[in-house]
Design a protein around this ligand. Structure first.
Ligand SMILES: [Zn+2]
Length: 377
């Protein structure tokens, strides 16, 4: 018999930790096409009703879509439209389910990232792609551990188009940029979000200083010099940045190899970041949502090395020190039990991905995507 764990309404006194085990009682059934008769409950504290489905990852869904399969195919270079054809549903349904996977994945990532014990260097680099048009390039910051290749997170920054352009392209650019307001120091802000995360969660000791490996972008140096990781360091909390020239060969002996590896993997596995195709991102927030679902798949499901014998199944997370049993337990819950935003304490960039918030040059400010109300409770 199912027992509701807490009241799903954030304002209720029984939402976090119900004081009385008898805080609910049964309240009949309601019929659904997708799940049959669903048991309803009423909360004694706030008087509101909810159902068993409220705590399911399929909450509010009108049909069940195989989420582990969607995650797998989405991480195997299938585009949004190819996925909608594969699952015989609309693109909006695929986006909706992908958002669910991303939110569930963010909750899992937040819990397991705190179990990382590795003290190896962290590589940081920006994946350059674009949203909707090549006149609106995006610089997606990605931090990854150097040896275990565990991805900490991803942050989004929209930049102006640069580089050589033909005269007609310059006219088109000026036309598109009229009335826009690009974020100032976007790449610096993006890198700072990663530094904040590392400052809060990374173990830094006298014997294990934090070593950051980046390319020679000035924005990274500026952000690092302003950050508390650099300014507040003492003998026991050392933090250094190593800059690698981008002209160095992209071999495995390159200190920035993990970032180069991740760049290659994302271009290969994410259809919307492939070069020279029609599958580019139409919506930056959807693109980040999909990337987060990929990060979770990469960290907690994909085998560390594809050339390993088949019996070796360790993931990047396990190589970084995450307990395997806990990883398997939370992966199973990720596809069944719904995570509530109000029960989580998210890092800034994770929160933005959950809320589908990105900076829009057209609006000149941060804009959140349209989310169903249940995603924010
Ligand atoms: Zn309640």
């Amino acid at each position: 018999m199912y027992t509701p764990p807490f009241c799903p309404y954030a304002a209720c006194s029984c939402h976090i930790d119900p004081p009385d085990p008898k805080w609910w009682s049964r309240d009949g059934f309601h019929a659904t096409k997708a799940f049959g008769n669903v048991q309803r409950y009423v909360c004694h504290a706030c008087g509101r009703t909810f159902s068993e489905q409220t705590f399911s990852v399929h909450f509010y869904a009108k049909f069940v879509l195989d989420l582990p399969r969607l995650e797998r195919l989405s991480a195997s270079s299938m585009s949004l439209r190819a996925l909608s054809r594969e699952f015989h549903c609309s693109c909006d349904s695929v986006i909706n389910r992908n958002d669910r996977i991303a939110r569930q994945g963010i909750a899992l990532h937040t819990a397991l990232r705190r179990m990382v014990t590795t003290t190896e260097p962290v590589c940081f680099d920006g994946l350059v792609s674009f949203d909707r048009s090549q006149y609106f390039p995006s610089d997606i910051g990605l931090s990854i551990t150097a040896k275990s290749r565990y991805i900490y997170g991803a942050s989004h920054a929209t930049t102006r188009r640069s580089g050589a352009m033909r005269d007609e392209q310059k006219v088109r650019r000026d036309c598109l940029y009229e009335g826009t307001n690009f974020e100032k120091k976007a790449v610096e802000r993006s890198f700072t979000e990663h530094l904040d995360l590392l400052a809060d969660e990374r173990i830094i000791t006298k014997d294990a200083p934090l070593v950051l490996i980046t390319d020679e972008k000035k924005e990274y140096v500026r952000a690092f010099c302003k950050h508390r990781l650099y300014r507040d360091q003492d003998e026991n909390h050392r933090c250094v940045q190593i800059q690698v020239p981008s002209t160095w060969k992209r071999t495995c002996s390159n200190p920035l190899f993990a970032s180069n590896y991740l760049d290659r993997e994302i271009r290969k596995d994410q259809a919307n970041h492939r070069r020279e195709t029609a599958c580019h991102s139409r919506n930056a927030a959807n693109s980040m949502s999909r990337l987060y679902s990929y990060i979770v798949w990469h960290n907690y499901h994909k085998r560390y090395l594809v050339k390993w014998p088949v019996h070796m199944k360790a993931t990047a997370a396990e190589k970084a020190g995450v307990n395997r049993d806990e990883q398997l337990r939370l992966r199973q819950l990720m596809f069944t039990r719904r995570s509530f935003l109000s029960h989580l304490s998210l890092a800034a960039m994770d929160y933005k991905a959950w809320n589908k918030t990105v900076f829009s040059p057209l609006a000149g400010t941060l804009v959140s995507g349209t989310l169903p109300a249940f995603a924010l409770s």
